[in-house]
Ligand binder design. Structure first.
Ligand SMILES: [Cu+2]
Length: 185
């Protein structure tokens, strides 16, 4: 009798595990791979994104591409972010350097598409997290981002995101880049 109960308990236990395994992935990955790929691709014109490699924010390759672009469903540096981007090799190098906390430099310009817009950020301080800290905060709509080999090339661009046209984000940091909005704020 004792043996029978144990067997039944064991069966129930294994059944519960099987259910957990069956439902777990569905619950923890509420968003399908197809949805992530579609959002990643929406960051750039189709002649960029259609053949691009699609990489999840954790580095997982969701789809191998055949051109030199890498599209992501969010900005992995910002936890939970869902603003997609399509990066060239220079921007992927920038992302890796920021993620690893290492120095970034480039000999050539870099381009990233963010046609679905961006998160709200402090334009001077990439580490800022409080939108009420008195700094200049900006959340841009569709834009292109550019990296340059040296800061002299950015000398004449405004540091004010609301000046109109391209502006410099995080200009006093090694993460400086040019934001090129393509819609009015
Ligand atoms: Cu951006």
């Amino acid at each position: 009798m004792t043996m029978t109960i144990k067997k039944q308990n064991r069966a129930a236990f294994l059944g519960a595990i099987a259910l957990t395994l069956a439902w777990g992935p569905a619950l923890s990955f509420a968003e399908s791979v197809d949805d992530k790929i579609a959002r990643a691709m929406s960051a750039a014109p189709s002649d960029v994104s259609a053949e691009a490699t699609i990489m999840d924010v954790d580095g997982t390759i969701l789809r191998e591409g055949t051109n030199d672009w890498v599209c992501l469903p969010g900005v992995g540096l910002i936890p939970g972010d869902e603003h997609p981007m399509c990066n060239d090799a220079v921007w992927m190098k920038w992302m890796a350097a920021v993620g690893a906390g290492t120095e970034f430099s480039t000999d050539v310009i870099g381009v990233s598409y963010m046609l679905q817009g961006d998160a709200m950020v402090n334009n001077d301080n990439p580490m800022a997290t409080d939108p009420n800290d008195g700094g200049v905060w900006v959340q841009d709509g569709p834009h292109i981002m550019m990296l340059f080999p040296n800061m002299d090339m950015l000398a004449d661009l405004p540091r004010d995101p609301f000046a109109g046209g391209p502006y410099v984000m995080w200009g006093e940091t090694p993460l400086a880049h040019v934001m090129v909005p393509i819609e009015a704020k």
